[in-house]
Every structure is written in structure tokens, then in C-alpha cells.
Design a protein around this ligand. Structure first.
Ligand code: ZN
Length: 52
């Protein structure tokens, strides 16, 4: 039985897409580090824009 466990927390997922989605939502920093290694030049919008 194939089960993918999140490398950051204890959650497990059946498919890679689910794990991928979980990482992008619950562990955005983890994904960011990974993409940085690949040399991605994607621009991430600020999570908490300053209020005016
Ligand atoms: Zn997790």
C-alpha cells in the first residue's frame, strides 16, 4: 500500500498531488526552499500586504 507521508508533519496522503497541495498550503516555506534550489524565478506575492 503506497502512502506518502508529509516530510514536515505527520499527515499522510494517498496521492502525490494531494501531498503537493498540502505542502503548498500548510508548508509554503518548505515548497519555497525546494523551488529555490531549482533556480525558479517565480515571484511570490506578499502574504500580509500592509494595510493603509
Ligand atoms: Zn505537512
Amino acid at each position: 500500500m503506497d502512502v506518502l507521508q508529509c516530510p514536515v508533519c505527520e499527515l499522510r496522503f494517498r496521492s502525490e498531488s494531494e501531498l503537493d497541495q498540502h505542502l503548498s498550503i500548510d508548508h509554503p516555506n518548505f515548497r519555497a526552499e525546494e523551488s529555490e534550489e531549482r533556480g525558479s524565478s517565480a515571484v511570490r506575492p506578499p502574504r500580509h500586504p500592509p494595510e493603509r
